[in-house]
Design a protein around this ligand. Sequence first.
Ligand code: E4P
Length: 214
Amino acid sequence: MKFYLDTGNVEEIKRIVKLGLVDGVTTNPSLIAKEGRVFKDVIKEITSIVSGPVSAEVVALDVDGMLKEAHEIAQWAPNVVIKLPMTEAGLEATHQLSKEGIKTNVTLIFSVAQGLMAAKAGATYVSPFVGRLDDIGVDGMKLVRELREVLDFHDLPAQIIAASIRTLGHLEAAALAGAHIATIPGSLLPSLWKHPLTDVGIERFLKDWEKVPK
Ligand code: E4P
């Protein structure tokens, strides 16, 4: 499974890239707004740090507006991916962009039907939002598992990005459910590599090391 960082923060990306854990990056308008910087500047900087796919989201709600933004964003870097919302207009724009060979990520997927439609429209990536489903008491991971089955069963090449990942449990379950990719907020990362028994183990080893004649 590939790891993407779900962030617009360049310093965070630079830090995690050093660990070899960044196969790509996803952003959304809320993450970009947090940075207080110009959208184009942020995306261009991220695409210069990370060689994998970097999702940048359109904000228009109509097809012409989406395509206009998408064509502009697609010029910013070769590894940029156009993120579009799961709406009728989003599907039409996704289909058009796929015919032009422009990569897309259809976001805000909350049902198998939505994921299937996005994949059929030609989306490169489909993003089911696990955490936001869990927030309303629906099993988000069931969606990831079933969507993977459906895509495989029908030979659809779209890749699943498990999004809205909030916990270590989400990440592990997404890997088991067959998500091709998980996009993870940087703040969650330490919980992925930390374990209390690792800390206790290091402490014990260092204590015993003091007894070794030097
Ligand atoms: C993914 O592409 C989205 O940007 C993100 O995962 C949304 O996460 P949230 O539900 O925690 O805002």
